[in-house]
Design a protein around this ligand. Structure first.
Ligand code: UN1
Length: 506
């Protein structure tokens, strides 16, 4: 890790806190890389008292930042992304080292950071609202958007840079300050991105607390994010279980929420499918990031006519996936994030067997250093058996059969989560039905491309137990601002709406 960090133009004095700005006198978090189990430098956490100070500093920084014109805020995001471009490779190395995804995907993640920054820079000159027709003469009615305040961004280990960047690039452009609580499993990604942003801000003599970092275990500092009135918006990416608790706390104080919780994403493979497209997208969907994306393909619903052929080809391509050191380009899949993740997959496979399913491929713990490498598994299941309704964050793919499209859509929709979905078909009627109001109930619905690997230009998020939040592109920026409806009367007299008269005052 120290070798990688040497490539950046700053020092990180690890033990004893890493920057005067971010305090850190709480207990240390020890981290081991899943690549080979080696210990990485441990990082000091913040205490509740230090978190309180971060909230106050972030609020002061917000009061400064909201007055900086949006296009100038966009320039800060641009300068940040220029540095991210420059350090693309070492940034990707950090991601791979701390959470184990292969370098090709880590580079893709850093690209996603760059892409969202580009988007945000464009947005910085476009934030606007409509002018609406007033029912009163010589009145003008319009909408405008104002910054919200300090925004808490709580991210997961699986996209340790990109998900923060979705929130931070847009949130900053919209005039908010950001407080980032990263996953304790991926701290260096957060430290390095924050330090790069800190440099950009300091170069312009802007307060570093416009973009703060709060390192600590959720169980220790998490409550404050839910309950503190100073935080008008909490954006949380993680489990449905924690999202439910956090959501209640934030709602209790009428704070705003963006929740990106679990997914349980299915691909429907029709008898009219191009099988090469189906196999390729399911392969990447299930094995990419070792099945640890919210968007990972977890279920395949296959038409009975092509079921046997499809399954044998699926097993064939799964067996071709090389697993091992994620720094080696020939390996398609690296380790899971930790041993607990590997155990969770083994437990889920046990439940598959108990629930009447059959593991037909893989699912073996591999004798590689660190103990986090497991071969991807395929399970044949008779529909959505109980374990299938749960999100197991691992490369465990359930395959089930369908008879007609209605049944397939029903299988696809009848799980608690509603993030991403796809149909592979060349039949227009099938794809249109899938995209219609009676089709997929997910936030993302694709035709002839898989469930994962969404572009930043679209709104990202899902329904039901996925939490309903939207991040990234399209008009998701509106979640980071407060809308104001304004009416200006330039008539010189008072005219009330809805025809109400005050003639008796004359
Ligand atoms: C996540 O897993 O939380 O669509 C984010 C994708 C990526 C983002 C995933 N662009 O797979």
């Amino acid at each position: 890790m120290k070798q990688i960090l040497k490539q950046f133009p700053f020092n990180i004095p690890f033990l004893g806190g890493f920057s005067e700005t971010w305090f850190g006198s709480g207990p240390e978090i020890a981290i081991n890389t899943p690549v080979d189990g080696r210990a990485l430098p441990s990082v000091k956490t913040i205490t509740i008292g230090e978190l309180d100070k971060i909230f106050t500093l972030s609020q002061t920084a917000f009061h400064f930042w909201r007055e900086v014109p949006a296009p100038e805020r966009g320039q800060i995001v641009r300068e940040f992304s220029e540095r991210i471009r420059r350090y693309k490779n070492p940034l990707a190395q950090i991601i791979t080292l701390e959470m184990g995804k292969p370098m090709r995907e880590s580079l893709g993640e850093v690209q996603e950071v760059i892409d969202i920054c580009d988007y945000a820079v464009g947005l910085s000159r476009q934030i606007g609202g409509p002018v609406l027709p007033s029912e009163r003469r010589s009145h003008r009615m319009f909408e405008q958007w104002h910054p919200l305040g300090p925004i808490a961004v709580i991210t997961a280990f699986n996209f340790p840079m990109a998900v923060w960047a979705w929130n931070a690039a847009i949130g900053l452009t919209c005039g908010n300050s950001i407080i980032w609580k990263p996953s304790s499993k991926a701290l260096f990604s957060a430290i390095v991105c924050t330090l790069i942003m800190e440099q950009v801000l300091k170069n312009r003599e802007f307060p570093a607390s416009i973009c703060s970092l709060a390192i600590g275990r959720g169980s220790e500092i998490g409550d404050s994010f839910g309950t503190d009135q100073r935080i008008p918006l909490v954006s949380y990416t993680g489990s449905t279980k924690i999202g439910r608790i956090l959501g209640k706390a934030v709602q209790e104080r009428f704070g705003r929420l963006i929740l990106e919780l679990g997914g349980n994403n299915a691909v429907i493979v029709s008898q009219n499918a191009n099988l090469e497209i189906a196999l390729g997208s399911i392969f990447f969907g299930a094995l990419g990031t070792a099945g640890q994306r919210c968007t990972s393909t977890r279920r395949v619903v296959v038409h009975e006519q092509i079921y046997n052929l499809f399954l044998s080809r699926l097993v064939d391509i799964f067996s071709k996936a090389k697993i091992g050191d994620p720094f080696e380009p020939e390996n398609f899949m690296g380790p899971l994030v930790d041993q607990a993740a590997a155990s969770a997959m083994l437990n889920a496979m046990e439940k598959v067997r108990k629930d009447g399913g059959k593991i037909i491929f893989g699912g073996e713990l591999l004798p590689l250093p660190g103990g986090c490498y497991i071969s991807p598994a395929i399970a044949e299941v008779p529909g959505n058996i109980p374990i299938v309704a749960e999100e197991t964050f691992a490369p465990l793919l359930y395959v089930m059969k369908y008879h007609n499209l209605e049944e397939a859509i029903n299988l696809q929709n009848s799980v608690p989560q509603g993030l991403s979905s796809a149909i592979i078909t060349n039949d227009l009627q099938e794809s249109e039905r899938f995209l219609s109001a009676t089709g997929s109930d997910c936030g993302i619905a694709n035709v002839n491309t898989g469930t994962n690997g969404a572009e930043i230009g679209g709104a990202f998020g899902g329904e039901k137990a996925t939490g309903g939040g939207r991040e990234s592109g399209s008009d998701s920026w509106k979640s980071y601002m407060r809308r104001q409806t304004c009416t200006i009367n330039y008539s010189g007299t008072l005219e009330l709406a809805q025809g109400i008269k005050l003639d008796f005052l004359k």
